[in-house]
Design a protein around this ligand. Structure first.
Ligand SMILES: Cc1cc2nc3c(=O)[nH]c(=O)nc-3n(C[C@H](O)[C@H](O)[C@H](O)COP(=O)(O)OP(=O)(O)OC[C@H]3O[C@@H](n4cnc5c(N)ncnc54)[C@H](O)[C@@H]3O)c2cc1C
Length: 392
């Protein structure tokens, strides 16, 4: 029977980062995914004449440092993404506006996936890590010494540690019998590449429209952004004509970016917020969306996942230096570190969503006044910028 130091279910961005973090410690592992191996050609098509995908993430400076430590080339971020210099949010229905300094990058998810896969291909890592695609998890059993994992191929493998990085519908979480609390929103997120009359100047923008938050995330091209519109109207917006949709967006983009001049293919993602009631059981542990998924309006889900992996990797490294504590106790330490932080971000994001949901006139007035007040509070704004940058 094949034996590993760690096995990771799910080769998304968080699972890949965990594989790199642990193999860099000299541990031997397996990562498997029930999807096919990522192929660049299958994830991107020419959009508005550009080689751009509308699935992007705002990556904060703490995540950038973490990815560089894992072996992603420091030049990758400027070459592949758009450096963010500020963020502006405004109340689409009122007169409140708030501008904050910001840092980090907007990166297409598939480019980040490529960068992590390239880091995994380095010989010192590749020798330590087995990757399998088109493979899922069927069963798991664990005792004090090992986890036995049965795969959809029929093979059973043994590992000292199992990491569930298999996303918000985590099968690993289900097999561990870990419940999660879910808030199903009535919103979906519509994403697409857009071109606007005015340049974005590296500023990430978000308008709280009466339908829901509409973000413009800057791409490397000066007049191109990915728009992410979270609303109850996403299905209708998906099926209306380009002209109708551009007009809808232009009504909100006009102030900072001018009207929309072109729109790429649209895609829709259902949204929900979810939190596992615990992150670990025995020798198994959850990271990323398998442990928590949040509304994208704060652009933090992936950043929280990377922070989980950084914390998990640190407690495992400490265990290797001092082996007196059992693995299960070390994993509980990881949970104690990460769960309160992730819960705070989940609660803050949920509150933001509710405050900016289609509001009563009184709430609209209060929120515009609040934004104007906050705009004149440099210390509070600095605290908000630090939180967004990953310094929680
Ligand atoms: C519209 C939108 C915009 C967003 N914007 C941002 C942003 O700006 N910044 C940010 O930080 N976050 C953002 N997020 C959140 C971010 O995308 C997620 O938090 C992140 O992708 C989660 O990564 P993950 O690797 O944990 O999970 P996933 O990306 O879901 O990956 C899970 C992997 O596990 C595999 N898998 C699933 N089940 C099994 C199984 N049974 N067996 C084997 N493999 C399995 C899947 O194939 C997949 O490869 C956004 C989300 C959305 C929807």
């Amino acid at each position: 029977m094949a034996q590993y130091d760690f096995v990771i279910a799910g080769a998304g961005l968080v699972g890949l980062s965990a594989a790199l973090a642990l193999t860099r410690q000299g541990l031997k592992g397996l990562i498997f995914d029930h999807g096919t191996a990522p192929r660049r050609a299958s994830t991107t098509t020419k959009v508005l004449g550009l080689d751009r995908s509308p699935r992007v993430s705002a990556i904060n400076p703490v995540s950038v440092d973490f990815l560089i430590q894992l072996g992603v080339e420091p030049t990758f971020f400027d070459q592949a993404g758009c450096s963010v210099s500020g963020m502006t949010v405004w109340d689409g229905d009122g007169s409140g506006e708030l501008s904050l300094p910001s840092a980090g990058y907007i990166l297409e998810n598939y480019r980040l996936q490529d960068a992590l896969s390239n880091a995994i291909c380095q010989p010192s890592i590749a020798d330590m890590l087995t990757q399998q695609f088109g493979v899922g998890i069927v069963d798991l059993q664990q005792d004090d010494a090992t986890v036995s994992i049965t795969l959809t191929t029929g093979e059973t493998i043994e590992s000292s540690l199992l990491i569930g990085a298999d996303g918000s519908a985590s099968r690993t979480r289900d097999l561990l019998g870990i419940r999660s609390v879910a808030w199903r929103y009535d919103q979906s997120a519509l994403v697409c590449v857009s071109e606007t009359a005015l340049p974005h100047q590296g500023v990430a923008r978000q308008s709280f429209t009466s339908e829901g938050p509409l973000a413009f995330l800057p791409l490397p091209e000066p007049n191109h952004s990915v728009l992410v519109w979270s609303s109850t109207q996403a299905q209708a917006q998906l099926h209306c004509s380009d002209k109708e949709f551009s007009a809808m967006v232009s009504a909100h983009s006009a102030r900072p970016l001018g009207p929309v001049t072109a729109i790429g293919a649209r895609a829709v993602f259902p949204l929900q917020q979810q939190h596992a009631i615990r992150y670990t059981k025995g020798r198994s542990v959850l990271v990323g969306d398998a442990a928590h998924s949040i509304h994208p309006l704060a652009g933090q889900g992936l950043n929280l996942g990377f922070a989980d992996v950084a914390a998990l990797s640190q407690v495992i490294e400490n265990l290797r230096l001092d082996q007196r504590r059992p693995l299960s106790a070390v994993l509980r330490r990881y949970e104690a570190q990460r769960r309160p932080i992730n819960l705070r971000m989940t609660a803050a994001t949920d509150l933001l969503k509710r405050v900016f949901d289609p509001p009563s006139p009184l709430l609209r007035l209060a929120r515009s006044t609040g934004m104007r007040w906050l705009q004149d509070q440099p210390r509070l704004k600095q605290a908000l910028s630090l939180a967004a940058a990953g310094h929680l």
